[in-house]
Design a protein around this ligand. Sequence first.
Ligand code: HEC
Ligand code: HEC
Length: 258
Amino acid sequence: MFRGIMLTRILTVVGVCLTMASVFAQPETSSRGRTVFETRCATCHGLDAHGGTAPNIARGSAAASYADDRLRRIIRDGLPAGMPGVGSSVPAADLTALVQHLRQLQRGGNNDAAEAPIAGDAALGRALFFGKADCAQCHSAEGRGGFLGSDLARTRLNPQALRQAIVHPEPSTKGTLVTITLRDGARKTGLVRNEDNFSLQLQDERGAFHSIDKASIANRSRDARPLMPTDYAQRLSDADIQNLIRYITQLAPTQPKP
Ligand code: HEC
Ligand code: HEC
């Protein structure tokens, strides 16, 4: 079994190497890869792959350290937390071109802004976070705050993507309320925290978890708007937003409680 997997891995690696060799002989592959990236990935990961609603997969990101093999698998099969796989809808040659393009983005290019020192005042950002902007109603930081949003100390977004997430949040699977109507007429609203073929776990706005048998669901509808407020660009000044970004980027993840 293990040997079989290793053999498939080795064959895939050999395959990737062969395709890569042919890629270097075909300069048009990179523009093909760009096109595929821009049509299939950029809506979530950003045109430059620096992240948006989805994590940064450009230079310096976790994805930059993945082997081609792993990237191809993620792209083909997707990931449970809101990353759709392309399945067989992208031909093998295009997939290769896509990975090549991503590698190019990960090697460098216009990453300067992301690496420049981050402007803003973290102390003012912190005051906003727990005060006027009330981010802590939903997000935790430094071990306190709400639970509907994620612990922002663990965000993988870079400063540009953080700004985007704050001023222009988009409905995503993990950040949009879902209303489930059961066959017996009962309704439950919350965020889908986990889902498999047979059941899903919904966390309601008070924090309670509901495990729902999929066979008992009559209807499922998702809000058109993200749960995260969409009016921060109006409510906060540019300096406020910069201070929040500065605060978030210097947060250190807290240890999970045992
Ligand atoms: C609908 C939005 C969406 C689209 C379209 C999308 N992704 Fe993703 N992608 C995500 C999300 C969300 C995650 C994070 C999933 C997770 O953390 O489990 C992710 C994760 C990834 C990762 C792993 C990142 C990491 O840090 O481990 C890679 C690599 C990736 N995507 C590449 C791509 C590529 C290449 C495309 C285009 C073929 C693409 N994605 C299209 C939403 C998307
Ligand atoms: C009413 C609840 C709510 C409030 C208030 C709120 N958020 Fe969110 N936010 C969410 C939800 C839900 C998500 C999507 C799930 C997630 O990634 O946290 C989200 C996502 C985010 C993300 C993307 C995180 C990532 O890693 O992808 C950032 C950044 C963010 N919020 C920052 C803020 C900041 C800063 C404030 C205050 C100015 C704020 N939020 C206020 C609910 C909220």
